[in-house]
Design a protein. Structure first.
Length: 589
């Protein structure tokens, strides 16, 4: 392999592994700062459509070096991912150029401002970052080796940024494949139902700071090229801290409401998105991505758009051979005008079964046109979910930050398919001025054991989950549906102790075929779901991920949930003129 210069401003080009590779290609931004990109393209004259990724996880950090635990998951699920490639260029959440360049694509991989080999100040998902992304798309669309058609791909961070940059309508953007991606930073990730999620703290420390530009010799070194992953200059700790514009965890701690430009900059404007797109989520991506994939798809004004929701891990699917082929078919259509993609159904869903298998359902729209919405009513006296509400009002009380109450259906007398969004309507009172509701949809076998599903990343997840802080109960009437209440989160309305309030709780979309004899349950509690089994652990750098049924998405920050406010006596009211229920999307057989 050609020796790589230590001077990042000097472009080095080589032919290796069947590709022409331009390392550390400079792309100047509108403020004069220069980002660094690697360009992989066929070693032949001509112009090629571009597959572009832009993000902070270091373009030269090999997947198996930086994310060994996730890499092992991918390979265990699909060993073919490591076949037909040297694996030198495969990185986390982005495509392997060795599997794209032979199909006539140029692959461009860019380190975002302040990360990897790009200098500058880190400010994740900011207007500055989105404008940089826009400029990178336009740069790629005007190079002499480019056809002028740029497609965006990538999962998680690389998908979230797609929703945001597409809102700016870059002229050379011709298609986007959005995998596992938040489209509303507040509701999808930072504060579920208004409740602070501490995932951002772990993520920023382990995945951003570990590859911040300026680590030099203190950071990773690529074992194949010898290149320093985080740049050749080495900054001291004070300089590194100074190059963080705003710690995102501090930002969301300080902003409990959507009342300033911080969250507004991080919520996609679907009305401005008109490019052909595919949104791919997974049922198990609770508290992280699933809502963003569905809501982003629904909000986008694109005439050509497709939604796919898969079973299992979205990360694995993105890197898998079947996931890559699915992407390639779309980009062959969007960037080359070739192939059979127009025959693809608008909505493709993998429907989960209790035994871990799934079947595929093709539909025209979301929610599914055939949906028969059915209410199951809370019966506190018997802890049941019933076909009709109790005739007389009744109630049940639990500790505010405790295990709560579980309401079960009778055993289903026939196999029943449930696919779509879920919502709960509750009447609640508290002995304090607030309460946090954690709503968990669960499945139980006839012998009483709980059926759990592979999530993202938790391997043992419930059917679905939803969250709501009672003081955030205010709805946006223009955007709310019975099946998906939409909360404004722009004002806090404290409770008067002892007074009963009506709450509409959004429970994230799901799919499950309930076998005959099984029961569904709705648990209303005041803390994160815990299955009570041995936790799963992903051994990543800095701090392992420990999962007990809710992944690594924990809502247990004491400053956000002081027990004096949230550990009061919570009373659920049902029956009579308070028909508390869960609304389920039943698909006729």
């Amino acid at each position: 392999m050609t020796e790589i210069s230590d001077a990042p401003s000097i472009l080095k080009s080589e032919v290796a592994d069947g590709m022409r590779i331009d390392w550390d290609t400079p792309i100047e931004m509108d403020d004069g700062l220069v980002l660094r990109a690697d360009v992989y393209r066929p070693d032949a004259p001509g112009q090629f459509p571009v597959i572009l990724t832009y993000g902070p996880y270091a373009k030269n950090l090999p997947f198996e070096q930086g994310y060994q635990g996730f890499w092992q998951q991918v390979i265990a699920d699909d060993p073919a991912v490591a076949e037909g490639t040297t694996n030198k260029y495969q990185a986390f959440e982005v495509p392997d150029p060795e599997k794209w360049v032979p199909h006539g694509y140029a692959v461009v991989r860019i380190d975002s401002r302040g990360t990897g080999r790009s200098p500058g100040v880190v400010d994740n998902f900011s207007n500055r970052e989105v404008k940089d992304y826009y400029d990178c798309i336009e740069w790629a669309g005007t190079q002499d080796w480019s056809t002028g058609k740029v497609g965006l791909t990538g999962t998680s961070y690389f998908g979230i940024m797609q929703w945001l940059v597409a809102s700016l309508r870059p002229p050379h953007l011709a298609g986007m494949y959005v995998s596992e991606a938040v489209s509303d930073m507040y509701r999808d990730s930072a504060r579920h139902g208004g409740i602070l999620d501490r995932f951002t703290k772990h993520w920023f420390a382990t995945q951003i700071k570990s590859v911040q530009h300026g680590l030099g010799e203190r950071g990773y070194r690529n074992p194949y090229t010898g290149m320093l992953i985080s740049g050749d200059e080495e900054l001291d700790d004070a300089e590194l801290r100074g190059n963080v514009g705003l710690d995102p965890y501090v930002a969301i701690q300080e902003r409990p409401l959507v009342t300033d430009d911080y969250y507004r900059a991080r919520i996609a404007d679907g009305e401005q998105i008109t490019v052909p797109l595919v949104s791919v989520g997974s049922w198990g991506a609770l508290a992280v991505h699933l809502r963003g994939n569905v809501e982003g798809y629904l909000a986008a004004a694109s005439k050509d758009k497709w939604l796919a929701i898969i079973n299992g891990s979205g990360y694995v699917h993105f890197h898998s051979e079947r996931g890559r082929e699915y992407q390639r078919r779309f980009f062959d259509y969007a960037l080359k005008g070739q192939g059979d993609w127009p025959q693809e159904p608008a909505v493709r869903l993998e429907i989960r079964h209790a035994d871990g298998t799934c079947h595929t359902r093709s539909e025209d729209s979301w929610p599914l046109p055939s949906t028969e919405w059915q209410r199951f009513y809370l019966d506190p006296a018997n802890q049941e979910l019933s076909a009709s509400p109790p005739a007389e009002g009744t109630s049940v009380t639990y500790q505010g930050m405790g295990d709560g109450m579980t309401f079960r259906t009778p055993p289903f007398d026939a196999e029943t398919e449930i696919v779509g969004p879920v919502a709960a309507k509750l009447w609640l009172s508290s002995s304090t001025e607030d309460a946090d509701v954690f709503a968990v949809l669960r499945l139980f076998a006839p012998d009483g054991h709980e059926v759990l599903f592979r999530g993202q990343p938790d391997p043992k997840s419930p059917v679905s989950q939803g969250w709501l802080r009672a003081s955030h109960r205010k709805l946006d009437p223009g955007r709310s549906e019975a099946w998906r209440p939409f909360h404004t989160h722009d004002a806090r309305e404290p409770l008067t102790p002892g007074q009963v309030y009506e709450l509409d709780v959004e429970i994230w979309p799901t799919s499950i075929v309930v076998p005959k004899g099984y029961t569904l349950a709705l648990t209303i509690q005041g803390k994160d779901f815990d299955h009570g089994l041995e936790p799963a652990v992903i051994p990543i750098q800095v701090e392992p991920i420990v999962m007990r049924g809710s992944g690594h998405f924990y809502h247990d920050v004491e400053s956000d949930r002081p027990p004096s406010v949230f550990d009061g006596q919570i009373t659920l009211h049902a029956g009579g003129d308070r028909p508390a229920h869960v609304l389920l999307p039943i698909i006729p057989s």
